[in-house]
Design a protein around this ligand. Structure first.
Ligand SMILES: [Zn+2]
Ligand SMILES: [Zn+2]
Length: 501
């Protein structure tokens, strides 16, 4: 059957609209990303042979030109880049040194020349990994704003060296279009550099010329690990960019989006939503838990004791007092115990270990080699030895040094609730009219709540029993259990090495 033009027309309009939307979407994406493409080399011919030779690093032409062409320092291309910029980009220190010796009087002005991104030759040396050139250039002038170039390349070693050599270097130096080092690290997925910048207190909610925060850039890159870190440290999920978009709206990968949504509804993010940053080890969770514990315990015992006649034995009450006392002691001890924190270290240590370890063997927060079976806890801000998990009930980590205390805590908690449930059910079953109808209803509600509470509690106890028999921590068994995990592989390797040795 032939389609009438009347029905075909809306279809065409619909298609055109769709194409228009897609094109605008792509355009916006390109535009917002373009301010980060500092290192783009224009392929357009500059019209100058020397610039072209430097761009393509053609040694014979460069060698010949040094002695024959006068005023090399005046030459620049459409991007305002000089020969020095391109030599730096290509790590060509040989020609660079020859030029500087020959044009010594002009060197300072020449080196300070900025291209269209406001970058000098030294920025390109840092970018190409030639950090040692900083010493050379410091003979002529004091450069600044180099940290971003090292962050761009995830070069943590260079970042430390820059801070050592340039005392005035700001962590949050600004480039063209208000781009900062953290923006750049997020743009190039330089996770290690980003973590170090955060440790150095780089502001998290700083916006570039397009209104994007580092979180926007990480979201655009679907970099879940970095998104998590940024949010946990106080990166705002509510700031909008100039296109009125939230960071989460820029995520295009469904898996990252799912992970982000589940993160948004976890207890951690719930606290973030309430603006109670868990990084400060808020006592909120522990208080809620204590409140819940007191209401169920004292409610049940009060009702049960009230219903008793005077001559009934008080054995169960004494048992209850003993269990509650033991539980309270364990709760207090486990909450304030040191779970086995690894000692944090300084930049000097990080510099040393960076030169001999694999990147994933290092904690870029604590500046130490991650000890076997340890993990960095975002809430405690430290690496925890034999990390099990960060328990919201006790608001503390469970690790090497407080694992047995935690087991005792769980045991007494379990016995306490078991006793409450038994007492409650016995009292309800008797129902010898010693309870008023109101008290009867309250006791039913309390007993149901206590039974419901047993579900997560038993789950936790079961997890700990399984851990015990598998010889692994919760973190190793449930999180590192994924076979693709690099860190796990390295841990297993080291463990087998230790066992052999
Ligand atoms: Zn750590
Ligand atoms: Zn912790």
């Amino acid at each position: 059957m032939e389609e009438s033009p009347a029905t075909a027309e809306p279809l065409i309009q619909c298609k055109m609209f769709f194409i228009a939307v897609v094109t605008i979407g792509q355009y916006q994406e390109q535009e917002s990303k373009s301010i980060y493409n500092f290192m783009d080399i224009t392929q357009v011919q500059s019209g100058n042979d020397l610039i072209e030779a430097a761009k393509q690093n053609k040694m014979p032409i460069l060698n010949a030109s040094v002695d024959t062409i006068p005023n090399i320092y005046d030459i620049e291309d459409a991007d305002k880049r000089t020969v020095l910029h391109y030599l730096a980009l290509n790590s060509n220190t040989f020609i660079y040194n020859r030029l500087l010796i020959k044009f010594q009087p002009q060197a300072q002005v020449w080196l300070k020349k900025e291209d269209k991104y406001n970058l000098q030759a030294i920025h390109y040396f840092v970018y190409s990994g030639k950090i040692e050139m900083l010493d050379e250039i410091q003979r002529y002038y004091q450069p600044k704003n180099l940290l971003g170039m090292a962050s761009y390349k995830n070069d943590v070693l260079a970042m430390i060296q820059i801070r050592e050599k340039l005392k005035d270097e700001k962590v949050c130096c600004k480039y063209k279009d208000s781009v900062t080092p953290l923006h750049l690290a997020c743009f190039t997925k330089s996770d290690y550099a980003a973590i170090v910048l955060m440790r150095w207190k780089h502001p998290l909610n700083i916006q570039d010329a397009n209104g994007n925060t580092p979180l926007h850039i990480a979201a655009q890159n679907n970099n879940y690990k970095l998104i998590r870190k940024l949010i946990q440290r106080g990166g705002s999920v509510k700031l909008k960019n100039n296109n009125n978009q939230l960071p989460i709206e820029l995520t295009t990968d469904p898996q990252t989006l799912d992970a982000l949504k589940s993160f948004r509804f976890s207890w951690k993010s719930l606290l973030l939503q309430l603006n109670l940053k868990p990084r400060k080890r808020s006592a909120m969770q522990a208080l809620v838990f204590l409140l819940f514990f007191s209401i169920t315990n004292f409610g049940t015992i009060f009702l049960v004791q009230n219903a008793k006649s005077k001559d009934q034995s008080n054995g169960s009450f004494i048992l209850f007092i003993i269990i509650v006392t033991l539980f309270s002691i364990c709760f207090f001890l486990v909450s304030y115990s040191n779970p086995g924190y690894a000692k944090t270290n300084n930049e000097q240590n990080l510099k040393e270990i960076l030169q001999k370890l694999e990147p994933y063997e290092i904690c870029y927060d604590c500046f130490i080699q991650t000890p076997i079976s340890s993990k960095h806890c975002e809430f405690c801000k430290r690496c925890v030895l034999r990390y099990d998990h960060h328990c919201p009930w006790i608001n503390n980590c469970v690790g090497n040094d407080n694992q047995s205390l935690f087991w005792l805590f769980l045991l007494f908690l379990f016995l306490d609730f078991l006793l409450l449930i038994i007492l409650g059910i016995l009292q309800l079953a008797q129902n010898n009219a010693t309870l008023s109808s109101n008290s009867f209803t309250i006791l039913i509600i309390l007993t149901i709540i206590e039974c419901l509470f047993m579900i997560p509690l038993l789950n936790l106890i079961l997890t700990q029993i399984r851990n015990y028999y598998s010889g692994l921590t919760t973190y190793e068994r449930l999180i590192l259990g994924k076979p693709s995990n690099k860190k796990r592989e390295s841990i297993i390797q080291k463990m087998s090495f230790v066992q052999q040795g």
